[in-house]
Design a protein around this ligand. Structure first.
Ligand code: HEC
Length: 214
């Protein structure tokens, strides 16, 4: 036989009332409406005001925003530098010839370190159209829109200066810019810069061939 617990005994002697008194039910309805209006009602709707956080928990915490000052670090900046000597994955740039167009002595490479293949030339021709044509024009004569409309003196890529320049020099002009020409270091990765150098050489050769045929 089960021993009646205190709870069991009470439940038997006095039936549990499931209903709530009218006053209480009105309060709970209002409370539910307020909760719905403050939290649920705003879901999926846009508002210019910041959202209401009944429980702010981790939304408001001390944290360093980008470019902000810091009392904590000695240099007063919240943004930290990588540990000296750190190399991010895929960012090892030991191959000076490929990444800088220089030989070990620091002189511009005479010849590109990348072999010229049909694929490289196709890529270079495409990249040239995107990045160089606006100023140097499709044939490299330096008569692009910038020269036409802005009167900017743009070097012809068939100028003896460029014909006699080393591949490394052209690579470095693309990388760092020169005079009025901006740097294309960030938009054009090194392999594409070499592809463009190959394309410039190809265009120069074509022009030479045209001249010889006349
Ligand atoms: C926004 C216009 C512009 C674009 C784009 C541009 N160039 Fe130039 N480039 C110039 C101007 C202007 C000069 C003349 C620079 C000066 O003031 O000496 C120049 C000069 C050069 C020279 C001659 C450098 C020397 O030794 O005097 C080379 C080579 C060259 N550009 C290659 C390129 C290649 C390759 C590209 C495409 C990746 C390119 N440029 C894209 C404007 C441009």
């Amino acid at each position: 036989m089960r021993r009646p617990t205190r709870f069991g005994a009470a439940a038997r002697s006095e039936p549990v009332r499931l209903g709530v008194s009218p006053g209480r039910s009105a309060i709970s309805v209002v409370a539910a409406l307020v909760l719905a209006a403050t939290t649920g009602g705003c879901r999926g709707m846009t508002s210019t005001r910041p959202p209401i956080h009944p429980n702010p928990s981790m939304f408001h915490q001390p944290k360093a925003r980008p470019q902000s000052e810091s009392d904590f670090f000695y240099d007063g900046a919240s943004m930290r530098q990588p540990v000296p000597g750190t190399v991010a994955r895929g960012e090892l740039r030991e191959d000076r010839a490929f990444f800088e167009g220089k030989d070990p002595k620091g002189d511009d490479l005479v010849h590109s370190p990348v072999a010229t293949t049909p694929e490289l030339l196709a890529r270079g021709a495409e990249r040239f159209q995107i990045y160089c044509r606006p100023c140097h024009d499709a044939r490299g004569d330096g008569k692009g829109v910038l020269a036409q409309r802005g009167g900017v003196p743009t070097t012809s890529l068939h100028d003896p200066k460029v014909l006699n320049a080393t591949d490394g020099h052209i690579f470095n002009v693309i990388t760092n810019g020169q005079g009025l020409m901006p740097s294309y270091r960030w938009p054009i990765p090194p392999e594409d810069r070499w592809a463009i150098v190959a394309q410039v050489r190809h265009m120069q050769e074509q022009r030479r061939a045209e001249g010889a045929g006349k």
